[in-house]
Design a protein around this ligand. Sequence first.
Ligand code: PEP
Ligand code: MG
Length: 610
Amino acid sequence: MLAFCPGVQMSFQVFGLPVSRGVAIGRAVLVASSRVDVAHYFVDANAAAAEIDRLRTARDQVVSELTALKRDLPGDAPSELPALLDVHLMLLHDETMIAATKHWITERHYNAEWALSAQLEVLARQFDEMEDEYLRERKADLEQVVERLLRALARGTSAAPAATQPLGARDFAGEDPLVLVANDIAPADMLQFKRSVFTGFVTDVGGPTSHTAIVARSLDIPAVVGAREASRLIRQDDWVIIDGDNGAVIVNPSAIVLEEYRFRQRQSDLERARLSRLRHTPAVTLDGERVELLANIELPGDAAAALDAGAVGVGLFRTEFLFMNRDVHLPSEDEQFEAYRGAVEAMQGLPVTIRTVDVGADKPLERMSLSELRHEHTLNPALGLRAIRWSLSEPGMFRQQLRAILRASAFGKVRILIPMVAHLGEVRMVFDALARVKQQLGEAGRAYTDVDVGAMIEVPAAALMLPALLKHFDFVSIGTNDLIQYTLAIDRADDAVAHLYDPWHPAVLRLVADTIAQANRAGRPVSVCGEMAGDASFTELLVAMGLRSFSMHPAQIAAIKQKVLRADTRRLQAHMRDTLDSDDPQERWTLALQTLGSQRPSLAAFEADF
Ligand code: PEP
Ligand code: MG
């Protein structure tokens, strides 16, 4: 039960884009954005003293640096400089700031860097509210001092690994639930929340299919992105309701609003429990069409959730997440092999589709050890060196990944998926690399099987030249997230154009429908693995288009299965052409479903069969 005191704080709402369903209620944890890369993790209570020591050492270092700097100032240095350094030294000795920073470590269990940036956030707001311009401008000094401290912490020793836990891993039993509020959360950071204690997320920026939103959805906790001012308006410890269905974020709600949302939370828990009973029911339409429901995973550990949700395989393993949150070295061939084998074995003989690394755009590697320079100067990363383009520009790394995947194929059913294919030249290079890798493995006496190789159809060029691609690939998987981005020229991660990111756009639907139809005609397996596959409002339309394989976050499988079980493909198909030819396919399809509604079994009648 929440220890909530209505009326004490000002209540207000902010709005953003709903990206992961449900309602979360908890206290705000603000993750400040900083010019320095700040690690956020919790430290055990018994490691707090060591963390405070790190802080003290860093402070002593910065004090010596600044003192030496002041002592060695050249004679012709501007006269304000010594005074400025004095201000910085004074801030470093400010007891209130030191005590408050320690408080974040001892009371909230933040690591030193996080505690410092949380305190900076609090003080920065106080500076912003000051009337006196001179004092207001001291905020910049504070930021510089904190930045120096953060750098000193980064240079110094980090806390003992046994005492630290990634952000989200700490056991908060008995304490208030927490929601995370940030300007932005990189996909790599989101990954840290896999064992999350956070019950919801709010970010200022981000689009509906940004990778941050995708990972939030895979965590199956309510999230709102693109809430613009949220991280500026919400304060540490504010009570926050995240309405992931409507994109509303309610801060310090009144008791009556809180009760209303608690009721909705209970309803949605009941609905989930009801749907979970479908777990082992085969996904077959009313007219007997079998539909394959696969899972999208980011890490081998997600395979358990996939099986648990009743997935009949993995349709998309986004391997780039193995390459994130690393210091200098990318994962070695053996490390990758172990990860792929882990996923394959966990799926117990069910197929696992491993996509080669798709870094770039909104999934940068923190330390692009190989192509650092090329990446830093990319003007338009979504159109730049991303996905297979990046892999082909790092042939050694690409072959290493292919070797690791092929080695894992000796342990179960593996398929390889190539992201962002657009050119036949790329296709040739992919198959040349594969042939070379197979030869190397053969010569080394390593076991592997002849895996199927598929192409992601996520660039309009690939959809438009499908027959040529089908000459080379064994299967295709439609990546609707990027297909929409590239067809409509809308950056999927940019909330400023999110209202134009339209999966119902006639051009998008035609590309999807044509790809499915052509692949079916050619007898090649085709699936959809973008977010459209897990969006229940598209299930019947995709089934009508002839799609029989969907890949989505495990948490979405039950809701999609429910749609499939109630679908009659022949009846749906009768409305498909009109919908695709319409100027407003969404409206046309909604009307069609209303017409069909009366002919379909009611949900209650159907539930009896579960
Ligand atoms: C897609 O683009 O639809 C897709 C599945 O790939 P990602 O979201 O990882 O870019
Ligand atoms: Mg994609």
